[in-house]
Every structure is written in structure tokens, then in C-alpha cells.
Design a protein around this ligand. Structure first.
Ligand code: GLA
Length: 411
């Protein structure tokens, strides 16, 4: 979940490249580095969560969309057991992985750990992996809570399995990414980021039931744009705060005598509160009510009752602020500013794990310019931070592309 892939060094994320140019740049880089063209490319998306925060690891509902910001992996097979990885965005740093040796955590650089963790998970499942030469590059903003790490895990899992002639389901690929993060990177993230990166649907957000992993795609209304605003707040201590929230939810679930907070109803939450401490109660209340909001959101979109979006997203944000306590003042300011401009239309809330990162807004097309102008005019003055605004499209999940760039689909 910590999408801060590196502690030191210089990161260059190519957010300006169009997708086509980034896939070409990655292929070209591959050819220059290895001396022959890549056999295929993998493209794995980042995500934005429309609503349903910190519900996934409680077995609840989430409603993310994959976005048109991607990690690309250019791939050629080798005839030995070595995986070479070049990270174009990290000044061309290289990792050499020997598939016959156990994986070790890299203490100095974070990015190789996402790859080693995925290799370890594939091997734990006894998939016979082929050596490969890889180049990785992407334009998912890093450290912004848009799941650049999940896109990397999914992209690598897809690249290695496709090269080795192994076909996995979107859920299996996602679980490999999640387990890599839980067991190798040591962040207790849920399944949402990896599963939407494998299961995204163009033009749709996807409701995921994180208890049985069923997905339902719901079209997003074309009269709204997805605007993502990066607060540029440095996300410190994210993993430790995240793991602590997860532990608090487990404490609350144990109090209610269930495995997952998903199993607690709103009524039960209050009636059986007993001696549950304040903090655990607040965490549980957020999760139980947020699950209900996801279902309501899906219903509103399906029945085109768009006037309810504003309140649902507002309530979700307020709950993250006061009950789950994962927002920061700059983010609260941004949400309030955008909400004021939206004036009851569309909706806005913080998205992702929290403690900085991004705000997501569903903005009526005719208000996009106004929202951008309001943020540009006020955010820096208030916070001293410079926002970055992205217009995102709901996109497909991971795909294999030929180096001629036509999608072969997930196979
Ligand atoms: C991070 C995690 C997800 C999810 C969100 C919060 O993105 O990786 O699993 O828990 O935070 O909704």
C-alpha cells in the first residue's frame, strides 16, 4: 500500500506522456538497454476509490475504478533462471533476481521489494517461472495514494506468468500482489488496489464484495468527470497508521464476536457496544456505515439518482475525518473547497488509505473548469502546498499488449 517505492534517489514519473508514448518509450528503452526488442508489454492501471474506504480488510464493500495512469512492463524471455529488472523511473536502477535462490528484502531500495515479493508468492504457489528481461516504467503518481505499488505488483505478476505460459484469474493475480505486500513488504493492506488493477472495466467503477470477491461493474455517468486532486501532503507513517487501524478493527470485531466487521449491522453496533472503548467503537462505526454507503452509491448510480452522490461522498469524508481519523487539515480544506464549488452537485471526498494523498471528485462536466479554478486560486494560499490535478478515465484492468501496441486482452 505504501506507494512510496524508494527511500532515496531520484524519481522521474512521466505523468505528461500519453499512454501510447509511454508504452513506446518503455519499449524503446528496453531495446536500447538489452539490444533487442521486447516480446510483449504489460500495462497495469492505478486506481481511484470512489467510495468505501478501509472496508476491504473488514470483508466489506468497496467501489473503485481503475484509472488511465499505468505501470508498463516490457518483457522478453530468457533461457535461464535470472530475472533482470530495469526501473526506468529510478534513473535506470537495476535488480537481478536469481529464481533458484530465496528472495531477500532490499533494505536500501524499496522498489525491488514489490517485485521480489511477487516472485516469492508465485514460487510459493509452485508456478514454474521462466527467466526474463524486464523494463518497468509508469505514470501512476507515486506516494499519492493512487496505488502505484499495486500496479507494479500486478504488472510484474502478469508479466512473469504470461512469459511462463501460466494463465491466472484476475483474483489469483490480485491475491499474489496482496500477499507480496502483506508478507514481503510488511503492509497489511486489503485486496482492493490489486483487484481493481486486474479487474477494472472501461467507463465503469467496480463494486467489490471483499468477503467473496464478487465484482459488479457499474457505468459511471458520462455527464461527470473524475477529477483527482493530489494534495501534495507527504504521506508519513502511512503503513504504521494503516496497520494500527486494521488492528483496531480486529479488536472491535472480536468484541462483537465476529471475524469481520462486515458481519455487524448498524443496530448491533449500538445495542452490543457494551464496554467497547471509544476508539474501537469509532473505527467500527465508520466501517459499518461506510459499507452501507457503498451499496447506496451503487443504487444511486444504477437508478440515475445523482442528487444523492453529494451527500454520500460528504458523509464518507466526514466519517474518515471524525471516526476513522485518517484525514489531515490540508485534505479537509481541499474537500470543503471543492464541495462549496460543487454546491450539491456531484461529490467529493478523500480517496485511499489516508494521511495525505488525493481527493476524488465526481464533477458535472460543466463545473470542471470552476472546480479547477477554485483549487488553483485557494489551495496554495491556504496550505503552502501546490496541488496537482488529474482528469482520469475509468479504465480496463491489466492487459498484455503486443509491442505493436494493440491489446491482446488478459490471457
Ligand atoms: C490502501 C489499501 C487498500 C485499502 C485502502 C483504504 O489503499 O492498500 O487495501 O484498505 O487503503 O480503503
Amino acid at each position: 500500500m505504501s506507494d512510496d517505492l524508494h527511500q532515496t534517489g531520484s524519481l522521474v514519473v512521466d505523468t505528461n506522456s500519453t499512454q501510447d508514448s509511454l508504452s513506446q518509450v518503455t519499449s524503446k528503452y528496453f531495446e536500447t538497454y538489452y539490444g533487442s526488442p521486447a516480446e510483449f508489454l504489460v500495462r497495469a492501471p492505478g486506481r481511484v476509490n470512489i467510495i468505501g474506504e478501509h472496508t476491504d480488510y473488514n470483508g466489506g464493500f468497496v467501489f473503485p475504478a481503475a484509472i488511465n495512469y499505468y505501470t508498463y512492463v516490457a518483457v522478453s524471455k530468457r533461457h535461464d533462471s535470472i530475472v533482470n529488472v530495469v526501473a526506468r523511473d529510478w534513473s535506470g536502477e537495476v535488480d537481478h533476481i536469481d529464481l533458484t535462490k530465496p528472495m531477500h528484502f532490499d533494505e536500501a531500495r524499496m522498489w525491488p521489494n514489490y517485485i521480489r515479493g511477487v516472485v516469492e508468492q508465485l514460487q510459493k504457489r509452485n508456478y514454474p517461472l521462466q527467466g526474463c528481461d524486464l523494463v518497468v516504467s509508469g505514470n501512476v503518481p507515486q506516494g499519492a495514494g493512487l496505488s502505484s505499488s499495486a500496479a507494479l505488483e500486478v504488472g510484474i505478476a502478469k508479466a512473469l506468468t504470461h512469459a511462463s505460459g501460466i494463465t491466472l484469474t484476475p483474483l489469483e493475480l490480485a491475491q499474489i500482489g496482496q500477499d507480496a505486500e502483506n508478507q514481503f513488504v510488511n503492509c497489511a493492506c486489503g485486496i482492493m488496489d490489486q483487484l481493481i488493477s486486474t479487474s477494472g472495466v472501461e467507463g465503469h467503477a467496480v463494486m467489490i464484495d471483499c468477503r467473496n470477491f464478487e465484482t459488479q461493474s457499474v457505468p459511471l455517468p458520462p455527464s461527470y468527470e473524475i477529477i483527482i486532486i493530489n494534495s501534495s501532503v507527504q504521506r508519513g507513517l502511512v503503513d504504521s497508521e494503516y496497520n494500527q487501524r486494521r488492528a483496531q478493527c480486529e479488536t472491535a470485531a472480536a468484541h462483537y464476536g465476529v471475524d469481520l466487521l462486515r458481519q455487524v449491522s448498524v443496530e448491533q453496533l449500538h445495542v452490543q457496544r457494551g464496554d467497547l472503548d471509544d476508539v474501537s467503537f469509532k473505527r467500527a462505526k465508520h466501517v459499518v456505515e461506510e459499507n452501507a454507503r457503498v451499496l447506496e452509491m451503487v443504487e444511486c448510480l444504477r437508478s440515475s439518482e445523482h442528487d444523492k452522490l453529494f451527500q454520500l461522498m460528504h458523509d464518507s469524508h466526514e466519517s474518515m475525518r471524525s471516526l476513522f481519523e485518517i484525514t489531515v487539515p490540508a485534505i479537509d480544506f481541499l474537500v470543503e473547497l471543492v464541495a462549496k464549488t460543487l454546491d450539491g452537485e456531484g461529490g467529493v471526498r478523500m480517496t485511499g488509505g489516508g494521511f495525505g494523498g488525493c481527493v476524488v471528485a465526481l464533477v458535472p462536466v460543466n463545473k470542471v473548469a470552476q472546480v479547477k479554478a477554485a483549487v488553483e486560486a485557494n489551495y496554495f494560499n491556504e496550505t503552502g502546498l501546490k496541488e496537482v490535478i488529474y482528469t482520469a478515465r475509468a479504465s480496463a484492468g491489466v492487459v498484455v499488449l503486443s509491442t505493436g501496441f494493440s491489446a491482446d486482452g488478459v490471457g
